[in-house]
Design a protein around this ligand. Sequence first.
Ligand code: SAJ
Length: 401
Amino acid sequence: MLVQFIGLGYIGLPTAAVVAHKGVKVHGVNVNPHVVETINKGEIHIVEPGLREVVRESVEAGTLTAATEPVAADVHLVVVPTPFKGVYEPDISFVEAATRKLLPLLKDGDTYIIESTSPVGTTEKMAELIFRERPELEGRISVAYCPERVLPGNVLHELVHNDRVIGGIDEASTAKAIEFYRLFVEGELHATNARTAEMCKLTENSSRDVQIAFANELSLICDKAGINVWELITLANKHPRVNILQPGSGVGGHCIAVDPWFIVADYPKESRLIGTARELNNYKSFWCAEKIRNAMLEFELKHGRKPLTALMGLAFKPDIDDLRESPAKYIAQKVMQSEQDNFLVVEPNIEEHSVFKLTDVDEAYERADIVAFLVAHKEFKALDWRDHKVMLDFAGVFKRS
Ligand code: SAJ
């Protein structure tokens, strides 16, 4: 059996490597020749704990190879990005391009699976495309959708142990796709149809987004009411049926801050709560930036000089080096504008940044008049609270205000 992955990014490469590590022959495809070359050397182009070893061992064993072009195979997985186009409209052009590349290679008995986060109906659309161009394959190949659900930083464990939701365009397709995931998944495999599986992925991330929006809304209310939101949430969560998430400087990353829009774009009238939550979580970052600017103005009025402000954290969540779609980075860009010299930017998880000049945690904490915690990194939790500084703890590092 040969399994082919179209897309060797944050999800495609780890999944390809895990399957190859099981002894199954895997052909990985990526448009970028540099990525292909790196993988064929047994190396990796992304950061994920444990991935390097699995890729190296699979390449050495000869079960994992990469190329820029697809080949004939038995199982084809489409794991390419689905970004935005226009104003928060899902762009499935990479999924379509991957499918078009596969068209001449598909044959009787093949299984075609989309894993990319996709708007509802994408799998059916791709099936239509395949059967329009290759009508003789209708009823002879399996077409299914199975979303990935892994948490960056814990991908290799979750790929194997998480449950999967698998939906085909018909029951035979679902069964065939389930057979493939049995090769490496130890979690349960849940059968459904393609539309439900697509919506399930969007629902999971929208659910988390809505819950975080609730916590962020509480933080805005508590700020006005003079209540410590962290204490409030801890106390409310003592109720056996209440489980509120944590507020922060906004919601980032390439999943939770993106996927809810895929529902809103197609069902705008019906998804008011989901859309409002998205807007609220975006607003929270703007609100944090305003708070920092106001604190700086107040300081200047009181002390007759401009303050030095430390911005603590740039990553999109604690203890990672990923800055994509990061609310902290957005806040830093917004407050710094033309006053770079009045800021110290701290991000202990990266060595350097092309835009921000980085300062060491302790040095910034010592020197700053105003300290704004944008991410709750472990290095910040190890600091002691300073009463004489203006402390803006948006991330709940100390949970004191
Ligand atoms: N955040 C809060 N408060 C919280 C929890 C998170 O403000 O209580 C913020 C984080 O700081 C971050 C953002 O939300 O900015 C998202 O972080 P996350 O840890 O919730 O999620 P991701 O984006 O790393 O991964 C999510 C996961 N989805 C769910 O938990 C439902 C993961 O399982 C998915 O596979 C991934 O999205 C994806 O690829 O879709």
